[in-house]
Design a protein around this ligand. Structure first.
Ligand code: ZN
Length: 376
């Protein structure tokens, strides 16, 4: 099957006509994969990719919300290593280097430009080590620069430099592919793709983010942006971050109908709504309707079931590069992997209520306990 798919070229394996009817594999444990590249894995089914590392590291107490720069790479590399292990154990098929926001502009903002190269190298080294140990794919990562301005030639040069140097370091480290993510501008995403094509020889997964509006900052729809990215050579296109499953799925459907290449969907694990479709727009009625982003989002976190529902629905729709972005914990990734029929190592600890003290159904559970259930 793999050989046959290979002959069709590296991209565009699934046609629109067949995408929605693909059967969900019964069991595809990650451990059975023997290091095929990204495109081969996508041809075989879904690829699960954990993202959102900076939010998880913030929750663990090793990263400051605000600038969101992972200085933890130099301060506590062992914590980053463990994070990668945790996500692989939970079912991620990918170990993505933590180079998100480790670019020249973000380091300038926090006054640590001198650490730019060292931080990128550490991130790539740790991710490569864990990827090889866990037989996951080793991905590089570039992202929104926050200086992109279509009317500022100097800024555009800065953006190009940021992408070129980070892609170069990732390529030198031997990444299997490169993710370019979280862009608000379609043109910036195209520039990132251009850098990957020029300065590496690996596939490009390009995902961008939709805020409240249903268009990018320059006014392109999600479908239009993806068509342009596909035409420019991206192997995988789609959306990541900002929107929760509920408000991202309709856009993924539009994208799936608009392109022939693989499509990616990596929502944030928050209950976004039609009125507040992005996690930055969520306000908490319990706290004077204050903006919940970034550290008051806890009451909006989706359940594992909601992530599993997203995984099943998106995969049935033909979205086969799946993940969870900012806010994701290993429990979400495990739920996503299991929704695709997988049994990652971490599934050994997935919920089983049969031996619960009150709700258990096992013979060993005393009726004095189960009879009390309704009064709990
Ligand atoms: Zn994110």
């Amino acid at each position: 099957m793999v050989t046959k798919k290979k002959s069709t070229g590296v991209k565009g394996v699934k046609s629109r006509a067949t995408a929605g009817t693909r059967a969900i594999p019964k069991t595809v444990p990650s451990a059975t994969y023997k290091e095929p590249g990204l495109m081969k894995r996508l041809a075989m089914g879904a690829v699960v990719c954990a993202e959102g590392y900076v939010f998880e590291l913030e929750r663990r107490g090793y990263l400051q919300a605000g600038a969101f720069v992972p200085t933890v790479l130099l301060e506590h590399p062992e914590v980053v290593e463990q994070l990668h292990r945790d996500f692989a154990h939970a079912g991620s098929d990918v170990t993505q280097a933590l180079t998100y926001y480790v670019h020249r502009e973000k380091l300038r903002v926090i006054g640590r430009e001198k650490d730019l190269e060292a931080m990128n190298h550490v991130a790539l080294k740790i991710a490569k080590k864990i990827a090889r140990k866990t037989q996951t794919l080793f991905a590089g990562d570039i992202c929104n620069t926050n200086v992109y301005d279509p009317n500022d030639g100097k800024a555009l040069k800065q953006v190009a430099r940021i992408f070129e140097e980070q892609v170069g370091w990732a390529a030198d480290a031997g990444v299997d592919y490169i993710v370019a993510e979280t862009f608000s501008w379609g043109q910036e995403a195209l520039m990132a793709l251009d850098a990957i094509k020029k300065h590496s020889k690996v596939p490009a997964v390009v995902t961008f983010s939709m805020h409240r509006e249903l268009v990018t900052r320059e006014g392109w729809t999600a479908a239009e942006t993806c068509r342009r990215l596909e035409a420019a050579g991206a192997e995988v296109v789609g959306l990541n971050c900002h929107r929760g499953p509920r408000t991202m799925l309709p856009l993924l459907k539009e994208i799936r109908d608009a392109v022939k290449c693989h499509v990616a969907g990596l929502p944030v694990p928050y209950r976004t709504t039609e009125e507040q479709p992005s996690f930055m727009s969520l306000t908490d009625p319990c706290c004077q309707d204050r903006r919940a982003f970034p550290v008051g989002l806890d009451p909006f976190v989706v359940t594992r079931q909601e992530i599993a529902d997203f995984g099943r629905e998106a995969y049935a729709m033909g979205i086969n590069y799946l993940g969870v972005c900012c806010g994701a914990g290993p429990q979400h990734i495990r739920a996503l992997a299991e929704s695709l029929g997988r049994r990652p190592e971490g599934s050994k600890y997935s919920v089983d209520m049969s031996k619960h003290a009150f709700f258990g159904t096992d013979q060993k559970i005393k009726t004095v306990q189960t009879e009390y259930q309704s009064r709990l």
